[in-house]
Structure formats: structure tokens, C-alpha cells
Ligand binder design. Sequence first.
Ligand SMILES: Cc1cc2nc3c(=O)[nH]c(=O)nc-3n(C[C@H](O)[C@H](O)[C@H](O)COP(=O)(O)OP(=O)(O)OC[C@H]3O[C@@H](n4cnc5c(N)ncnc54)[C@H](O)[C@@H]3O)c2cc1C
Length: 579
Amino acid sequence: MSTTHPETYNHPDYEAAHQQTYERTPRHPITPVPLPPGVRQSDFDLAVSEFVSIVGVESVFVKDGLSDYIDPYDVHEHDPAQRKVPSAAVCPNSTEQLSSILQVANKFKIPLWHFSRGKNLGYGGPAPRVNGSVALDLHRLDRIIEVNDEYHYAVVEPGVTFIQLYEYCVEHKKKVWPSTPSLGWGSVIGNTVDRGMGFGMNFAHHQCVAGIEVMLPDGDVVRTGQWGITSSPSAFLSKFTFGPSLEGLFFQSNLGIVTKMSLWLTPQPQAYMCCSFSMPLFTDLEVMVDVFGEMKRNGTVQSCVWFTSLIETLCIMGRREDYWTGEGPVPDWRLEELRQETGFGHWYARWGLYGPKRIVKAQFEEIKSVLSRRAPTGTISGNLYANHEDDGRLDATTVPDQDGQMFVGIPSLWSLPLINWPISKDKKDGKAAHGDYAPVIPSNGKLLMEWMNVSKPICEANGVELMADFFMHERHVVLMNMFTWDQTDTAQKVKMERLYYGLYEEAKKRGYGMYRGHVNHMETDLIANLNDFNNHAYNRFVEKIKDALDPNGILGPGKQGIWPNRFRHLRETQEKKSE
Ligand SMILES: Cc1cc2nc3c(=O)[nH]c(=O)nc-3n(C[C@H](O)[C@H](O)[C@H](O)COP(=O)(O)OP(=O)(O)OC[C@H]3O[C@@H](n4cnc5c(N)ncnc54)[C@H](O)[C@@H]3O)c2cc1C
């Protein structure tokens, strides 16, 4: 068994960023945690030795080899009783090995915590919900099975990252623009099953999935949709199924492990226009949301519309101290000064237009005309990039960075610096961390404005600015209330917990569920508790399926608040919490 963690990125920049992320995390030595309830040490030892015989000694990790299977932003990283740590890790490189690992886990009833690249930072990274679970790291299953540029889709394994898929498409001159989140180091499958988002036409990744292959906890393998038919020519082209659609059962789930996934990609367009619209006042958000919401619904704007606040614009460029040296968060009067000094808007909407040049130009003219009538104090900009041959295709790399990158599907580590916002450059031992509260809210100007007015004082009372951005879909937005803090400052960590719970209470009053959740908040089953209709019928239904598929409760117990029968006593209830 290995007690040191190897490099996992072929890409030097990405490996360096990974190392930097973990650099100041206390990980040598890793303090061992107790085994999960009911797991005997002798069974655990036998299971680990069987894992070694399946994947080899260099792909099973214990002790300090677990250094990269913890959450680098864990607020409890100095508290061994609360810190989330696995007891071992295993990394298969084939579905045969994966199936054998599941057999061993079932034999010895060992809980596994599965992930693809573990870059779910802000949501717990690779850290397990039940301490002492075995980390099941799928990053070595990293084959790109197909990129099809007739129908524009890819089929990938879990370890394939956004940067790997992009570089493959460039190398093989594929006529597609894959979508990417703002950080390219995550896995395509991990991000998609956690309902992550990019920025272009196919930005809502989980909605671009046609067929998936899943290994169930007992090792059985299922393919969904048309892919359930051997040799179907429509396997990755259609979401139609004769019977219930199954894909959704494996998103944010512990019912199975996705071993292959198809993802629709954007055809390389003839033209792309990088567009933005900004407005000066905090209260302008209301009209912006309503106008763009309408244009999303009527098809004038088809891509993601990404809204950002002034603070978020600033935090990509610098740290708080570059703008404000007083106590606490940047006050409103100073923010207004900064807005005037920089010429930025208080709110920005950014989107891309993609397609034939004539259509892109016509779309832009229509948007300009709507905005000049409905939001005349705003400023619009649109920079067109086109291949001037009528049937030509635009090479994404010809779009300059400031207008391209994630909007044209080029992965990068663009947004990583924002985490450093609260850390003073003089504080050499500071350690940046980030989290967010991410409610799903109707795409309605009044409601968005109300949420900003409610969340701003909660953020400020806990020492941070309202740092908000959101991805606009047709009928709802997915909002991120982002917060960054210094892990070396205990008081700040306490405040971040308080902040999260403050936002939770306000969201709960309004019936707003969450798009994604941190493993620490899965711990309190906080988010799952929101599904209260008919005495939590949703949770009861999913758990019936869980018990049928995973009678030994080996796969991801507690993930998303879904508990197998064997561990159900660990569920947090309101009553337990108030005891
Ligand atoms: C600064 C910053 C910016 C970010 N920007 C974005 C952004 O623009 N868009 C965005 O979506 N996210 C963003 N994130 C969040 C996160 O970094 C990404 O979503 C990232 O892609 C998730 O990591 P991963 O892909 O390695 O997934 P993983 O950590 O591997 O997995 C994510 C989840 O999916 C489950 N899972 C993984 N693989 C499988 C599988 N094979 N079968 C079943 N379940 C599986 C895991 O259990 C886990 O719950 C950002 C985070 C930070 C810190």
C-alpha cells in the first residue's frame, strides 16, 4: 500500500495548481479516523489486502497516502473529531477492477465514497460523508471513447477532465466546442452528475446527456435510453426511452457509479459574438433579470446568461485589501467609488451568440433594440468573431482570452484567484478557502432583488461582502452566494458556518431548494430535509430504491441525505439536532 500520493495530472499547470490548493492543508501526518460504524478492523484489513490484489499495491493508499483525499477547504480541518477523512483509498483503472472492488466491499460491508477527479471544491472535494469510508477514486478510468462531429457528442469515462477533452478535440481537429466550467481540472462526468454548469450553448451539462453506463452497487452494469439496445445507432442521439428515464437516478446519487457518459457538444460555429450588458445600480438587477429572462424564454438568447456582481468582478483582479483597507467588508460608499473609478457596472450579464454570422448579427440587433427600450441606462457590448467563408467554422483559439475562454469552451483555471480575496499579501501563512450557498430561484427580477436584499446583511454581519453570481436558465436561476475566508482564522470559520445557516433559514422560508450541497451540510441532512412534501415522500422513495439496489449500504452512505437501511440511524433529524 502506498503512503504517498502520486501526481494525477499530466498537465503541469494543473498539477501545480492542485499542489498549491493542498499546500497549506494539514495533511502530514493524516490523523486516522475510526472505521465506519459496524465495520470491524479485521474485515477492513482483509478488504484492503483484497483491493491490493485487484489494483496493485501502488493504487491503494493509506495513512499519508490519503493526503489528497480530504477537503482542502474543510472548516474542521484542525478538529480530528469532525474532519472528514477516509480510512483508505483505491483507484481502479478498468470497469473489471471496479466490479471486483464492489464485490469485496459487499463481502466485508465496507462503505465506499466515489468520485471522479474530486475537484468538487466548495462542496467538500473528495472527502467522505461517513468518516472512515474508503475513497473510490475513478481518475484512472480516463478514456475518451468517442468524439463524434457529425452529431456533436462525446462519450467519456469518469477520469476524463475538461482540459483533456478539449485538447483531444483540438488534436483530432474535431468540429465541436465542448462546454467547460470556469475551472478545467474537474471531470466531465463528476461535474455533470453533480449538475454543474458551463457558459456556452450546452452549458446545463446534465441536460445534454443522452445515454449513460452505470455500475450498480452489486456490480451489475446498466445502459440507459437507446443505449440499452445493443448497437443502437441512436445510443447517444436521443433521450427517448421505452419506459421510465433512468439517467436522473444517477445524478447527485449513491445508487450507482457512472462508468461512461455521453454529452452533447456545440457544433463549431461559423461565428461567435462575445456579449455583455452592464447596469450601474444595485437595484438595476430587477429589470435586467426580467428582460433577459424573457429573451431566454422566447429563444432570442439561447446560451447561458451569466450574471455577476461588482465584487465578483473585482475579486478576480485583486484582493480585498487592494480596494479597502478598513475593517470588515467593503462598505457600499466605497464600492460606489470603485464603480466610478473603474467604470464597471454594478451588475454584468455575459453571454455568447453562436451560429451562422448573419443570424448572430440579427440576434444581436434584436437584443440591442430590446435593451435600449427596456433598460436604457445600461451599456451593451458585442464583439464578433467569424470565419468569413459561408460554410466555414471558427477556431476557438482565434478568439482573444478576454472575449473567449470558457465562453468558447477553452478550459483554464481562470476563476481560482477569486478565493484569495480575503487574504492579505503580508499574511504569508494565510490559507484561502471558499464555499457557497446555492439556491434555485425563479427567474424573476423582484424575487432576485429580494434575495440580494435579504442575503446582503447576512453576509455583512458575518464579515464578507455580498459576492453573488448566477446562471440564468429559461425559467429559473441557479444562484451562488459565494464566500471566501482565511482557514487560519478560527473566528472567520465560525462566521462562515453562521452565514451558511443564516442563508439556509431565509431560503427555507421562501421554499428555495439547493442546486448542490457541501458534504458538511449533507452531514446535517440540512438540504435533504427541505424535501418535506408528504412527510418527505421524495426521500422515502429514493431510499426504497437504495435499499433494493444496495442492501449492504456500501455506496456513498449519506450522500445527498440518502441513507441505506444499515446506516439510517446516522440520519440527522430536527429532533436529534435539538437534543
Ligand atoms: C473557484 C471555483 C469555481 C468553480 N466554477 C464552477 C463552474 O463554473 N461550474 C461548475 O459547475 N462548478 C464550478 N465549481 C465547482 C467544482 O469545482 C466543479 O463543479 C468541478 O468540476 C467538480 O469536480 P469534479 O468534476 O472533479 O467532480 P467530483 O468531485 O469527482 O464529483 C462531483 C460529485 O459527483 C459524484 N460523482 C463523481 N463521479 C461520479 C461517477 N462516476 N458516478 C456517480 N457519481 C459521481 C461525486 O460523488 C461528487 O458528489 C467551481 C469551484 C471553485 C472552487
